[in-house]
Write a protein that binds this ligand. Sequence first.
Ligand code: TYD
Ligand code: MG
Length: 454
Amino acid sequence: MSKIKIIYQCQACGNTSPKWMGKCPDCGGWNSFVEEKVTSSKRQTSELDSMGTNAPLPLSEVEAISEKRVATGISEFDRVLGGGIVPGSVTLIGGDPGIGKSTLILQIFAGLSRRPGRLLYVSGEESPQQIKMRADRLDATSQNIIVLPETSLEGIIGAAKKIRPEAMVVDSIQTVYTEEMPSAPGSVGQVRECAAKLVLLAKRSGIPVFIIGHVTKDGAIAGPRVLEHIVDTVLYFEGDRGHAYRVLRTIKNRFGSTNEIGIFEMSDAGLREVENPSELFLSERPHNVSGTVVVASIEGTRPIMVELQALVSQTSFGMPRRTSIGVDFNRSSLLTAILEKRAGLHLGGMDIFINVVGGLKIMEPAIDLGIITAIASSAKEVPVDPGTFVFGEVGLSGEIRAVAQAELRLKEASKIGFKNAVIPAGNLAKIKGDMKINIIGVKDVRECLKAVLG
Ligand code: TYD
Ligand code: MG
């Protein structure tokens, strides 16, 4: 007889405790412990055991699979994966509700359905009719896409074994439950157990599995740590619901580079790939307005020119407001302090708002110089020449530090027609060849502001 034991499990990190606690000692989350029942009997033999086991082998005798990647036909997605889908890989796609995860996966399946072989779409959230309606809109209806409304993991695995699809998706992991655990679907225990079994299924059968996961209010996939380390690839689909742009970002990738991004635009016929993001993000740039500057940024292997805006105005409250959208808040506070101390700007009584146009999020330090320039341009009310762009990292003593891949950034800018670049002096020395751009190397913040704002 199996005995049912009650434990308390942190819904944020999966830490367990025999007693309820207000604060998780592991991740520090408050009020995150939830009662879960576990059966203390030996694991029932799972459906999966019939799919063969792996014996220990010397590494030299392991058969190397020539990495046969399958291209989906959606090049933005293929690039994010590192060149296509790897057989037997498990990919987690996370994102806010309504951002377009189901749409993305259906379009990927539509691309894959042109090849022979079936694809299994398991949905615990939508009925086959709802999926069909969306597929019609996306022009993704195909006899190769099999839909299965199912939330029992055992049922899903059974169906996968029967259908033997070329790829499958579980939308979403939070709706799936395994009969081996009595706790509710969506709890950390269930999510972890189900994901682990799907990983096993993928590894044993070679079927690439996509798992869709919802993100909680604070931006983490339910049980973030428990899921992220068991899958091969973690992708986040993000974007501002008010904007049409969506960014697919790699957080982890066992088969390719992280930091790669794919850019899509949500339209009434689904997601469209954005092949030339720089032109798109700069298309509505205002001219002769202070507080805006273009930065050459690099996401993964791809250069993107984006517009950074800052608005500096006298505060009407006792405490000035500081807001940044799309750039790290702490980083922009730090850069504000550097401007005050090293360039002598008086920003103490000023509200400062910083925004990256188009709803992009940029984390690389090369945009420091852009933030500094935008703030100073707004504070002094001097517009930056629209043919000028900047990049560079700023240190605490106001020095400008060299950044990686300067030539790639310059090439992208020259392609779009920029005339002047203000870049770290350290980078200037190493630039080879003619860039067709007038390049100014700067050593510190004062020099930069003099070059850009005069
Ligand atoms: P969906 O894929 O259902 O989001 P998720 O699975 O991440 O919850 O996408 C939902 C949103 O996308 C919805 O608000 C409508 C929008 N959308 C379009 O604008 N155009 C389209 O062609 C489709 C299918 C959806
Ligand atoms: Mg969905």
